[in-house]
Design a binder for this molecule. Structure first.
Ligand code: PEP
Ligand code: MN
Length: 333
């Protein structure tokens, strides 16, 4: 439920209303906007006397939010959420590019790629340390050592870093990681979402392999309901009957998510296609569709990458993609 309060409302009356809502066990999120205050009510609102509140002279209107996602809902928070991550800003017109290898492999590999993507215009460095692999016989990542190497690359380039967590038991290793990724396979690991929601890290939540946008936003809701509102939504392709690509890139998810939610929306064209050649066209389509950012797998030696080589682009291709993204944004936004 949302209560729109008039601009001229007496602060004391507003405070009394908030206290009353608090007393009946409703969580109140207050947001000062251009045309007055918006009170977003969370939790069990059945005790709220809508007619009584509607009758208050300082209340403009009361709206029931029918969608099950509340905190992430655009109606709760009409303005875009803007996240600040190191020197980077994401959302509300600020575009950010995250680039780096699928997996951290060695100190030379991650530092070389970090320098190259920074030079090409990336705002953040990605690198998997704990890897969710389909086969237990595939490279599982360097785990804690991988995070240490990523931190070294952060130190030498100054770029914020992004890495995936699979088990909250490893949270201590992520102390200096700027953005914690929840991968597609864990999008509905509700216990993990609740735990990660108790941290104050920026969370990059990827859409599940076969999840609807509503389910995606409900997962963001788990994180936000635990107290962490710093969530980035990432469309990374969904499973369909098509086998020519690793996944099917759902471009309509971008404008729809931005309509449904105020959270920043980014796209991962690497996992969406599985094919390095498709990264550029999908990334440009995402930018044109209004994405707030991209996350791209970049490797200096894709042929020998320990994970996801076929979908990784080289640093020079990434540089040229960044130049093209700039052009598309200049024309459209
Ligand atoms: C990744 O980004 O490294 C990854 C494993 O992606 P996803 O969870 O989208 O498959
Ligand atoms: Mn990968």
């Amino acid at each position: 439920m949302i209560i729109y309060v008039e601009e001229k409302a007496d602060p004391k009356q507003l405070e009394t209303l908030k206290e009353w809502l608090d007393d009946i066990g409703v969580e109140v999120h207050s947001l000062a906007g251009k045309n007055g205050t918006i009170l977003g009510l969370l939790g069990d609102t059945h005790k709220v006397d809508v007619e009584m509140i509607q009758g208050l002279d300082f209340v403009r209107k009361v709206v029931q939010v029918k969608e099950p996602y509340k905190s992430s809902n655009r109606t709760f928070h009409p303005d875009d959420t803007v996240l600040e991550i190191g020197n980077a800003k994401l959302g509300g017109g600020h575009f950010a590019a995250i680039a780096g290898p699928c997996s951290v492999e060695s100190i030379e590999q991650i530092c070389d790629i970090a320098k190259a993507v920074k030079e090409a215009g990336a705002n953040m460095l990605r690198g998997g340390a704990f890897k969710p692999r389909t086969s237990p016989y595939s490279f599982q990542g360097l785990r804690k050592k991988g995070i240490e190497l990523l931190l070294h690359a952060k130190q030498i380039t100054g770029m914020p870093i992004v890495s995936e967590i699979m088990d909250i038991g490893n949270i201590a290793a992520f102390e200096h990681v700027d953005v914690i990724q929840i991968g597609a396979r864990n999008m509905q690991n509700f216990e993990l979402l609740k735990e990660i929601g108790r941290t104050d890290k920026v969370i990059l939540l990827k859409r599940g392999l076969a999840n609807t946008l509503k389910e995606f936003l409900m997962s963001a809701e788990y994180i936000m309901a635990s107290g962490n509102e710093k969530v980035i939504l990432c469309e990374r392709g969904i499973r369909t009957f098509e086998t020519q690509t690793r996944n099917t890139f759902d471009v309509s998810a971008i404008p729809l998510l931005k309509k449904m939610s105020h959270l920043p929306v980014i796209v991962d064209p690497s996992h969406a296609s599985g094919i390095s050649e498709l990264v550029r066209p999908l990334a440009l389509a995402a930018v044109a569709a209004g994405a707030d950012g991209i996350m791209v797998e970049v490797h200096n030696d894709p042929e020998h990458a320990l994970c996801d080589g076929p979908q990784s682009i080289k640093p020079d291709a990434f540089k040229s993609l960044m130049d093209d993204i700039k052009k598309v944004r200049e024309v459209l936004f």
